[in-house]
Unconditional design. Structure first.
Length: 437
């Protein structure tokens, strides 16, 4: 789909990232695992044999650019479609035209940016046309397609994972832009490679972010007529704070909390604090993290250190009372404490096994001697008959069955020798001995 520019169109007002988009694979930087020499996607593009596919990756890694390269290299009608601005009506119109073109021997490649924003009904509208070959679908998404793309549609597409650009790739990109006449016209730009390295680190794998900083730096620098000299001060003004890749509702949200949890479980305090910082600096709600720490205190530490739960609860209260950024140190204290605490998952396993029996075994009634008898009828039905009040006996324990008959020998809590839990293990052995006597 092509658009004719008006007489008043000014290309210099177009964002730099759009002005310098690569026109072929040789100009494309990054994703060498997909479009490098002899790689599968490169072969498909060069042989004009592309199939329906999904490009999955974080912002600024070249998903849209790669689709536009395909548009220039394929012998097909290329339609650019946005999930943000289009609905069912627009989809049906495009599909109808694609079906007519197919009858004329014309292929249609449909690029859908941010395909994850389409709901199920909108995604279903593509399915029959993909199946019949009316269109070759290329979807781009920053969300894991396993969760965001219908399984029926996903099964008919090949997923290509695009990775963040590394530092050297971003620097190469910036150098190419500086030498590209489409970037800033005939202006000569002078910038040290050290400053390009600073921009690359800031960009964090996001090419668009790097190009935006460069463009802002050029526009903020003084043109002395001969050249534009970009200084470190200008770059630092354009980079006020490193933007961390973090989507509080997407896959990265779960990846980071998983990394925090597993680092603490492995008693790696340094890694745990790093993942904590990644989440907080990325804008995560500190109370969400505090709630996860409370869970961890019982799931992974448990009775090996009962104080872990108290400290985790205290960190939630502290985070609630004082908020960000002051609560960062409270959460750090808890994360380090939990990392160094002795570990036991005995409580987690106890409930897991008990819940399995509760769901999968015959639900026998509560033993009569454990039931209350608040009415005469219940008393006549032997509710509470044979109950032994533990406080009336030596050592406050009696040999009384408290589980249903079909589970009377079940053991769910199996204490470990870790930390204070060894005391509970010794106590458990002692109590069993008393009961047997």
């Amino acid at each position: 789909m092509f658009f004719q520019n008006s007489l008043f169109y000014n290309e210099s007002q177009t964002p730099l990232a759009d002005r310098v988009r690569p026109k072929n694979l040789d100009e494309y930087i990054g994703q060498t695992h997909l479009v490098g020499k002899d790689k599968i996607l490169r072969k498909l593009i060069e042989n004009d044999q592309i199939t329906s596919m999904i490009f999955f990756g974080p912002p600024g890694v070249g998903k849209t650019t790669l689709a536009m390269v395909i548009a220039k290299m394929t012998k097909a009608n290329f339609v650019n479609f946005s999930a943000v601005t289009s609905g069912i009506k627009e989809i049906k119109e495009v599909m109808l035209k694609a079906e007519k073109n197919r009858s004329l021997g014309i292929k249609t490649v449909l690029f859908v940016d941010e395909i994850h924003r389409f709901n199920k009904a909108q995604q279903d509208a593509f399915l029959p046309h993909v199946e019949r070959g009316n269109i070759t679908l290329i979807g781009a998404t920053t969300e894991n397609p396993s969760f965001e793309v219908n399984s029926a549609l996903l099964s008919r597409c090949r997923v290509f994972v695009l990775k963040p650009l590394n530092k050297s790739e971003v620097i190469s990109l910036l150098k190419n832009v500086l030498n590209n006449e489409d970037s800033f016209g005939q202006k000569r730009l002078v910038v040290d490679e050290e400053l390009l390295s600073i921009i690359a680190i800031y960009a964090n794998g996001d090419a668009r972010s790097a190009l935006n900083v460069l463009e802002m730096a050029v526009l903020s620098s003084t043109d002395n007529g001969e050249a534009i000299y970009i200084t470190k001060d200008i770059i630092e003004e354009c980079i006020q704070k490193k933007t961390l890749l973090y989507d509080k509702s997407g896959e990265e949200h779960y990846n980071l909390i998983s990394a925090l949890h597993k680092s603490m479980r492995n008693s790696d305090a340094d890694a745990a604090v790093y993942w904590l910082a990644r989440m907080l600096e990325g804008g995560e709600n500190p109370l969400y993290i505090a709630r996860r720490l409370i869970r961890f205190a019982s799931e992974d530490v448990g009775l090996a250190d009962p104080r872990a739960l108290e400290i985790a609860l205290a960190s939630y209260q502290a985070s609630h009372y004082i908020g960000m950024p002051e609560c960062t140190v409270n959460l750090t204290q808890t994360v380090i404490y939990l990392s160094f605490a002795p570990k036991s998952n005995a409580l987690y396993m106890a409930y897991k096994n008990a819940s399995k029996d509760a769901l999968n075994t015959i639900s026998e009634g509560v033993p009569l001697h454990l039931r209350n008898a608040p009415t005469k009828l219940m008393n006549e039905m032997d509710y509470g008959k044979g109950y032994q009040y533990a406080h009336d006996f030596e050592n406050k324990i009696v040999n009384m069955q408290c589980l249903p008959d079909n589970l009377k020998n079940a053991q769910y809590y199996i204490p470990t020798d870790e930390g204070l839990e060894k005391r509970f293990k010794d106590r458990s052995i002692y109590l069993k001995k008393l009961k047997s006597e």
